[in-house]
Design a protein around this ligand. Structure first.
Ligand code: AP5
Ligand code: MG
Length: 210
């Protein structure tokens, strides 16, 4: 199964991708996570992406397309994958098509902007392993430390209120047109993304199995 998870920043793409990845036994590929990892390791790509990311802007298409092409060529993608955060522009979707990759479904997790702002301002991430929490909805059992690795939980730089607004505006302008792109291809499934994580997972699975 080759899936795309579409949705605004904070719609729950990463949360649902992690659950689906275990259930379907296919890897999740998150361009955001790959870029953050590159940044942590001080690679040239990471440094190039940093200013865009911190400002809530998209990283240039050629950079992310290169990342995806390289990642999808790996062995573990042979039986399928879940794309979390890619494509995010029409040229990125076209690049995927040009790579000869046939997507089964694009599942759009639809969440109102006001809900997004609340979710992202409460998110905490592990500095060490990147695991994601939420102060109200998904607190760590270890308080300010990561349940998985004991690393410190921090606020993502792009989760500051003014940057959240910027990311939402970039989303509406550049990413939302992908709904039309995949609708036209007969691959779009829209899932209402408000409610508990388990409720949304049930709807996402329903779309996967439809
Ligand atoms: P990326 O890391 O992809 O961030 P994003 O799309 O902005 O999405 P988020 O990770 O913020 O949200 P999510 O939908 O994964 O939500 P989550 O599950 O964490 O990208 C970051 C940056 O990298 C971009 O701004 C850009 O600069 C660059 N980039 C990446 N890909 C790119 C591309 N293709 N092209 C160009 N640039 C690119 O949930 C959010 C919070 O809500 C969590 O705390 C979670 O616990 C909580 N939560 C989740 N579900 C629920 C629920 N149902 N109820 C209550 N709380 C919930
Ligand atoms: Mg994410």
């Amino acid at each position: 199964m080759k899936l795309i998870l579409l949705g605004a920043p904070g719609a729950g793409k990463g949360t649902q991708a992690e659950i689906l990845s275990e259930r379907l036994n296919i890897p999740t590929i998150s361009t955001g996570n790959i870029i953050r990892e590159a940044l942590k390791n001080g690679t040239e790509m990471g440094l190039k992406a940093k200013s865009f990311m911190d400002a809530g802007q998209l990283v240039p298409d050629d950079v992310v397309i290169g990342i995806i092409e390289e990642r999808l060529a790996k062995d573990d993608c042979k039986n399928g994958f879940i794309l979390d955060g890619f494509p995010r522009t029409v040229p990125q979707a076209e690049a995927l098509d040009q790579m000869g990759i046939i997507i089964d479904k694009a599942i759009d997790i639809d969440v109102a902007d006001e809900v997004i702002e609340k979710r992202l301002s409460g998110r905490r991430v592990c500095e060490k392993c990147g695991a994601s929490y939420h102060i109200d909805n998904k607190p760590s059992a270890k308080g300010d430390l990561c349940e998985k690795c004991g690393g410190a939980l921090v606020i993502r730089k792009d989760d500051r209120p003014e940057t959240i607004k910027q990311r939402l505006s970039v989303y509406h302008e550049q990413t939302e047109p992908l709904e039309g792109y995949y609708k036209k291809a007969g691959k779009l499934y829209v899932v209402k993304g408000e409610g508990s994580v388990a409720e949304i997972t049930a709807k996402v699975i329903e779309a996967v199995e439809a």
